[in-house]
Design a protein around this ligand. Structure first.
Ligand SMILES: [Zn+2]
Ligand SMILES: [Zn+2]
Ligand SMILES: [Zn+2]
Length: 338
């Protein structure tokens, strides 16, 4: 039997059907790389220079309303546009391009410039969950929108251009790469096992416990067995549902609660406002029932050993296979402890 807590090994991600290299024996090696500057500057509640704050002008000249809760608008510099034609270009089977219509939106979580998911009030976070659900339904109902991606980049380290609490929603005609992989894997699991891959995984992790970070009555937060990022977390509903439109009233509150719990643990881990990329994966909105799909969120935080040491995917990881030193079990233990 493999001693996978001590020996170098690779772990399989059943959602993407890709492998990650785990090197637990390397955690003691000295660090001589980049040290990021810790940003400790307290943000003001209102920033006159912020293009997301209420009443301020955005680039392009539109002025935000004096909003008091959440605020949704079409991205001024959208990567996708709704009126793009569905053309196709092909040459010798080597050059292939397809027109990609879509809609990109920005959701401000709060009028307060200085808040984060970790320190927002539960009732205000619940309002954000409601907006996500509304946007998923509204955009997903459009005939040219087959996928709705909700994601948040938090912190300059993750390329977030503005600290104002907000997320983006990119909805598109095509099913994006990661979602296509997860759709294929969940569908194959359902065909082969007659059950839902992530329902089965939730049950396994509830029994194992060693990768659980936090939970409430309806959601489980865990470091997945196959995590790539040091403190990567998945948040899953304990009950099967294909998308956010399956959430009941109490489950919406529970989702807000588990997101606040998870991000608060992140902030406590290195005593810093923790950077991350977070996003929801759910049923494509192409009209098929997709009962193989199980709603979940991924958190991909870059920090490795402290507030200033970050992980990069370079070299072997970029060219061959992602690699990690600290095991998923140790990462979960550390997040449980704070
Ligand atoms: Zn702001
Ligand atoms: Zn399920
Ligand atoms: Zn996923």
């Amino acid at each position: 039997m493999l001693d996978w807590k001590r020996e170098p090994h690779r772990r399989f991600n059943p959602l993407t059907r890709e492998w990650v290299l785990v090197s637990p024996h390397r955690t003691a090696r000295p660090w001589q790389g980049q040290v990021e500057k810790t940003s400790v500057a307290q943000q003001p509640q209102y920033d006159p220079e912020c293009y997301l704050c209420p009443g301020n002008a955005r680039a392009g000249g539109v002025r935000n309303p004096a909003y008091t809760s959440t605020f949704v608008f079409d991205n001024d510099f959208a990567a996708l546009k709704p009126d793009t034609p569905l053309g196709r270009f092909e040459q010798d089977g080597l050059l292939l391009a397809e027109g990609e219509p879509g809609v990109c939106r920005v959701v401000c979580f709060s009028p307060r410039h200085d808040l984060t998911v970790a320190n927002m009030e539960p009732a205000d976070l619940r309002r954000v969950v409601d907006v996500w659900t509304e946007q998923y339904a509204e955009l997903g109902a459009r005939t040219l929108i087959n996928h709705v991606q909700i994601f948040e980049n938090r912190g300059a380290m993750m390329g977030a251009s503005n600290p104002h609490p907000h997320c983006q929603i990119w909805s598109s005609y095509a099913i994006p790469n990661e979602v296509a992989k997860e759709t294929a894997a969940q569908d194959a699991w359902r065909q082969g096992h007659g059950s839902c891959l992530l329902c089965d995984y939730v049950r396994l992790e509830q029994t194992a416990g060693e990768r659980t970070v936090d939970q409430n009555d309806h959601f489980l937060a865990l470091v997945p067995f196959w995590a790539v990022w040091p403190f990567e977390v998945m948040v899953l509903p304990k009950r099967h549902m294909t998308g956010m439109d399956g959430l009941t009233d109490v489950e919406r509150d529970a989702l807000a609660d588990i997101l606040k719990r998870t991000t608060s643990r992140y902030d406590r881990l290195f005593q810093v406002s923790f950077p991350y990329s977070m996003g929801f994966h759910q049923r494509p909105t192409d009209g098929a029932p997709h009962d193989e799909w199980h709603l979940h969120a991924h958190f991909h935080p870059p920090l490795l050993r402290s507030a200033t040491v970050r992980k990069f995917l370079v070299g072997y990881e970029l060219l061959a296979t992602p690699q990690r030193d600290i095991t998923a079990e140790v990462a979960a233990e550390r997040l449980r402890a704070v």
